[in-house]
Design a protein around this ligand. Structure first.
Ligand code: ZN
Length: 61
């Protein structure tokens, strides 16, 4: 597993989100303070609200 550079590790560790990466399907980890999620595989960063919207849309179909 790749190592993360997490500048917020001391104050605010990653929270594992219950979502899959929109790009590669990997696990997303959430920056609690920034409303962002980052993929542990491709390191794509997403806004949390965009991830929510996307996954809710998937469930509606
Ligand atoms: Zn990814």
């Amino acid at each position: 597993m790749a190592e993360f550079e997490n500048p917020y590790a001391k104050e605010d560790p990653f929270v594992q989100a219950h979502f899959d990466c929109l790009e590669c399907g990997g696990k997303l980890w959430e920056y609690a303070i920034q409303q962002q999620m980052v993929c542990e595989d491709c390191r794509e960063v997403f806004r949390s609200d965009r991830v929510f919207d996307d996954q809710i849309d998937d469930q509606d179909r």
